[in-house]
Design a binder for this molecule. Structure first.
Ligand code: 7RM
Length: 635
């Protein structure tokens, strides 16, 4: 029996039980099954959550790019590593083989070295979804530099903060990017950020949109001529298992982003293992994750996880709505996608469009579908299952975080029976616990609590960059000897997990602890409601009161709003209790969301408390225009 090919539920439980009984042996076997190690580890895992300190594969030596590229050259150099699909469907896709990727990465790595980058230096990568982005990350990893990718939709302010926090010596950007029918002046944004980033000595600029941009003398260099000149051979730097691989910023509840630090061997083993099992990837399959590489989903499941398995991974430059709402399905047909991984928010927006956009295309290549980033509602799940998977493709609802490095709770296709809105079971090696408010573990089934993890796993972040105290406070201080995820979850009568949302979205109203998720669920059950968000605001009598923001379905828009408010309140009274009735209900056309579909409650909270002077950075929003509308009509 192989840890990598779990075929049915019984086998899952066997592997799972072993992974809990003997975690070190379990992960050792996984690490031995594949991979090129330059030196073997002395110890599989050592950990102390009170410091917190976690080490995996101690003293092992390796280079992750050797595992993601070189390992496949001898037999499979011509196999496609990356299929790049451009924004504009009339531009040609690129098929980059493992040997071409090898040359590209080596050249890029040599350019980095020639420009003063050494092992341990941080490099900020601010690039759109073009092949240079993948090559830049791998080039850093090849020479032991630490990449810090900043999503190319972030503002100059966000870019500057992240660049300075990580002390980056170099920035890699482009002359601009395409996004649907628009172009974005990336270099202009980068220039503005760089005014505040004195530590950046060199800026490498990729050419993508042929924009006429300013190049700052002595600082900015065009990338392509340097690549053309560079040697395509570069001996990989031998790294220690626990050497930093990358920093990736994730927004904190305070607004100051946390630079999550991931290290080399554990991250590699974990992303490779989870990718293979969860997508049941088989040789010659074509796998597509629609995320941007600027998020953890892209790092782990566009780049490192797939390449560490010698897979063919698709990188899409564009957006789901361009040139029309059929673009995803056109690409599935064009590249004969076998595994498709996307966010519930994308599914919901595409489900709203005409079914002609789906029916036009041949989706018969699909074998496994996935979702990530937020809870998927039942309606969207069924649409995905019926219209995209044609009821023949298991849907893996994958729960994880930037901090976990890889997927933690998810069905394994064909082994775990799926259940809409449930992420189902922990992967082998993952030991979840539900905790009550007094810090006690809630055992048994049909229970609900705060989701923690009891034992380290190889993919977990090891620190917050230069702020280990914050790492400890955020994840290890709430419950003793546990990693606290910040999410709430319930475990049903069969042991399946359902993630209910962030538990910091708890509001104390007249001394009652109210979670916003169940209130939102109650509101959403009203037939006229499409979606809602509830936040708290200060109230003289109650301490806090609730403010509901509600999006109506088309059918609800013509209804009398006062009647609707009454009906919604009635519904909340019945499902949660009268105490949970919002003081105010505002009907809105949209909610401020990040590109991965997470509602930015920070903004709604400020609007609800009439504190709209300083909304903070809204550049990461998918729909910044909706904020003005909500403020204008606020109650
Ligand atoms: C991968 C990613 C992490 C937060 C996490 C949850 C939420 C993610 C699911 C989910 C319900 C899911 N990293 N979340 N996946 N909630 N079901 N399948 O999204 O760092 O950006 O966000 O996202 O709240 O804590 S992240």
């Amino acid at each position: 029996m192989s840890n990598y090919h779990i075929k049915n539920l019984e086998e899952y439980f066997q592997v799972y039980r072993k992974s809990v009984r003997e975690p070190a042996n379990f992960w050792e076997e996984v690490a031995e099954e594949h991979f090129t190690w330059r030196q073997r580890w002395d110890n599989v895992v050592s950990w102390d959550f009170s410091k917190p300190e976690v080490k995996w594969f101690e003293n092992a030596k390796l280079n992750i790019t050797e595992n993601c590229i070189d390992r496949f050259l001898f037999n499979d150099g011509d196999r496609t590593a990356i299929i790049w699909e451009p924004n504009d469907p009339s531009e040609n896709a690129k098929h980059i083989s493992y040997s071409e990727l090898h040359k590209m990465v080596n050249k890029f790595a040599n350019v980095l070295k020639e420009n003063g980058i050494e092992k341990g230096d941080r490099v900020c990568i601010y690039l759109p979804m073009i092949p240079e982005l993948a090559a830049a990350m791998l080039a850093c990893a090849r020479i032991g530099a630490v990449h810090s990718v900043v999503f190319a939709g972030f503002s100059s302010k966000a870019l500057a903060t992240r660049t300075n926090d990580a002390d980056c010596k170099m920035m890699i950007t482009a002359d601009g990017s395409f996004r649907g029918n628009k172009t974005i002046d990336l270099k202009g944004i980068a220039d503005k950020a760089l005014e505040e980033c004195p530590g950046v000595e060199t800026v490498l600029v990729a050419k993508r949109i042929e924009a006429d941009i300013e190049m700052k003398e002595g600082r900015d260099k065009w990338l392509q001529p340097l690549l053309d000149e560079a040697s395509d051979e570069c001996i990989p730097e031998i790294m220690d298992a626990e050497d930093p691989l990358f920093i990736l910023y994730t927004s904190g509840s305070t607004g100051k982003p946390k630079g999550m630090l991931h290290t080399t061997a554990g991250y590699m083993v974990y992303t490779a293992y989870t990718f293979k099992n969860i997508f049941q990837y088989r040789q010659n399959d074509v796998y597509w994750c629609t995320a941007d590489i600027g998020w953890i989903t892209g790092h782990s499941y566009i780049l490192y996880g797939p390449l560490a398995n010698g897979a063919t991974t698709v990188m899409f430059e564009g957006v789901p709505s361009y040139p029309d709402a059929g673009r995803f399905w056109e690409i599935v047909e064009k590249h004969k996608i076998n595994q498709f991984y996307t966010a519930p928010t994308a599914i919901r927006s595409l489900a709203k469009t005409s079914s002609d956009f789906v029916e036009k295309y041949d989706l018969s290549s699909l074998k496994v579908l996935g979702t990530v980033g937020e809870p998927i509602n039942e309606e969207a799940w069924h649409w995905y299952n019926d219209h995209i998977g044609k009821k023949r493709c298991p849907i893996v609802d994958t729960w994880w975080q930037t901090e976990t490095g890889g997927i933690m709770i998810s069905p394994i296709p064909f082994a775990t029976p799926t259940k809409p809105t449930y992420a189902t079971l922990p992967l082998p090696g993952v030991q979840p616990a539900l905790m009550d408010e007094n810090g006690n573990e809630i055992k048994g089934n049909q229970v609900e609590g705060r989701l923690c993890i009891k034992h380290p796993w190889p993919g977990m972040a090891r620190s917050v960059w230069r702020n280990h105290q914050r790492y400890k406070d955020t994840y290890f201080a709430t419950f003793e000897n546990m990693y606290f995820t910040g999410d709430g979850a319930l475990r049903d009568d069969t042991g399946y997990y359902r993630i209910t949302g962030r538990v910091d979205d708890v509001i104390i109203v007249s001394g009652h602890n109210l979670g916003t998720a169940p209130i939102e669920d109650a509101i959403n059950e009203h037939p006229a409601v499409a979606e809602s968000a509830v936040v708290g605001f200060p109230h003289e009598v109650k301490g806090n009161a609730l403010y509901g923001f509600v999006i109506l379905k088309e059918t609800g828009e013509s209804r009398n709003k006062e009647n609707l408010r009454k009906e919604i309140n009635q519904q909340i009274s019945e499902k949660v209790g009268p105490i949970a009735k919002p003081e105010k209900i505002q009907f809105v056309s949209g909610l401020p969301k990040t590109r991965s579909g997470k509602i930015m409650r920070r903004i709604l909270r400020k609007i609800a408390s009439k504190n709209t002077e300083n909304l903070g950075d809204t550049s990461t929003l998918l729909n910044p225009e909706v904020v003005d509308e909500i403020i204008e009509n606020s109650l």
